[in-house]
Design a binder for this molecule. Structure first.
Ligand SMILES: [Fe+2]
Ligand SMILES: [Fe+2]
Length: 159
C-alpha cells in the first residue's frame, strides 16, 4: 500500500517532526566530530523545552485522544514521550545521553510518521482534525518567546 499523504491539518506537526530529525542528524554529526558534548546537550535541552515539549503536549491533548488512551499505539507513544523527556534531563555522561536521545527521538518520530499519524488520519472526524489544528495554533502562540522570533518549527507553523 502506498504511503498515505499527510492530512493538511497534521502537516504543522509533521514539520515539527522534520525539525526533530534535523536535531538527530546534528547530534550524529557532533558525536562523530567529538564536539563539546556538554555544550551540544545544553543546546538540545533548549530545543526540548522550546519545541519538543509543546509538541508532545499537543499530541497528548488532541492527537492521541482520537485513538483513545487504551490504544496500544498511543500507550507506546506516551511511554516514549516520558522516556525521551527523562533522557533530555539526564545530567550524567553527556556523550551517552546524546547517543540515546538521537536513537530514541528518531525512532519515536519515525513510528509516529509511519504508523501512528496514518492511523489518526484514517480515524479522525473532520471536527477532530479541526481541533488538532486549532489547539496546535494556540499552543504554539502561547509558547512563542516573542512575536516574529525564531526559525524552528514554530516559525514553520506560521509560514
Ligand atoms: Fe510524539
Ligand atoms: Fe510527534
Amino acid at each position: 500500500m502506498p504511503p498515505l499523504e499527510r492530512h493538511p491539518l497534521l502537516r504543522p506537526l509533521s514539520r515539527e517532526h522534520h525539525q526533530g530529525l534535523l536535531l538527530c542528524r546534528r547530534i550524529r554529526r557532533e558525536l562523530q566530530a567529538r564536539a563539546d558534548h556538554d555544550l551540544v546537550l545544553n543546546e538540545c535541552r533548549a530545543f526540548f523545552h522550546a519545541d519538543l515539549l509543546p509538541h508532545f503536549a499537543v499530541e497528548e491533548e488532541v492527537v492521541f485522544p482520537v485513538l483513545g488512551r487504551g490504544n496500544p499505539l498511543v500507550q507506546r507513544a506516551i511511554a516514549e514521550h516520558r522516556r525521551i523527556a527523562r533522557l533530555f534531563l539526564r545530567t550524567v555522561d553527556p556523550r551517552t545521553t546524546l547517543g540515546l536521545v538521537e536513537e530514541e527521538l528518531e525512532a519515536h518520530i519515525r513510528f509516529e510518521e509511519r504508523v501512528l499519524f496514518p492511523e489518526v488520519q484514517r480515524t479522525a472526524t473532520p471536527e477532530e482534525m479541526d481541533r488538532i489544528d486549532q489547539v496546535h495554533g494556540v499552543m504554539i502562540s502561547a509558547c512563542e518567546p516573542e512575536a516574529g522570533a525564531g526559525t524552528g518549527p514554530r516559525a514553520a507553523h506560521r509560514a
